[in-house]
Ligand binder design. Structure first.
Ligand code: C5P
Length: 209
């Protein structure tokens, strides 16, 4: 594609979603949260009562995902994130979703995509690659603050356990494990607010334009 592509990868809770939205708004690019597509597959499996390791059903569900019709409200639920990381280990699910994500990335004027394998697999030729990290403790605290801001309750230790389990599954899987691309810029947001992260990313993007 001829458009400008920004790839953002990193573990759950590092701030990818917020940064991706800020960059897409600022540079007038399309925006795709690829985690939602894995969540959509998991959501379909759960709503039909199908086991998450049913490979052929998961592949069918992946083919049926419509990137333009994903309900963030429904898919953001915590249990769906955990289930998404289970269907995300299935290679045929990844192939089906990656095809759709690549097609999205070619649409003018270009796009910001965030996920786990954007810089390594989906868009290896992206103009700018960012890899966001933060310590598991900081990510757990942010998640807890989000839940509490919505009036919910949760246990910090439980969230920390969940984050560590998800990190292990995403970094340890055989197909497209989470890791920084060789040419990615690393941004550790442990002690950085979103505005500081945005300014740093904006500068990197401007240098690549
Ligand atoms: O980012 P989010 O928490 O919505 O992603 C849910 C899960 O989907 C991740 O834990 C990961 O297993 C999977 N995923 C992936 N590749 C992507 C995006 C998400 O494997 N590009």
């Amino acid at each position: 594609g001829a458009g400008f592509i920004i790839a953002i990868d990193g573990p759950a809770g590092a701030g990818k979603g917020t940064l991706a939205r800020r960059l897409a708004d600022h540079f007038h690019l399309n925006l795709l949260d690829t985690g939602l597509s894995y969540r959509a597959v998991a959501h379909r499996m759960l709503s039909y009562g199908l086991p998450l390791d049913n490979v052929s059903a998961a592949e069918t569900a992946a083919r049926q995902v419509d990137l333009g019709a994903m309900d963030r409200e429904v898919l953001s639920q915590h249990a769906i994130g955990e289930a998404a990381s289970q269907v995300a280990v299935i290679p045929s699910v990844r192939r089906a979703l990656v095809d759709k994500q690549r097609e999205f990335a070619t649409r003018p004027p270009g796009a910001v995509l965030d996920g786990r394998d954007i810089g390594t697999v989906v868009c290896p030729d992206a103009n700018v690659k960012l890899y966001l990290t933060a310590s598991a403790e900081v990510r757990a605290r942010r998640r807890l603050a989000e839940i509490e801001a919505r009036g919910g309750k949760a246990d910090l230790e439980q969230i920390l356990d969940d984050i560590r389990r998800r990190d292990q599954r995403d970094m340890g899987r055989e197909d497209s494990p989470l890791r920084p691309a060789a040419d990615a810029h690393l941004l550790d947001t442990s002690e950085m607010d979103i505005e500081t992260a945005f300014q740093a990313a904006k500068t990197l993007v401007e240098q690549a334009m």
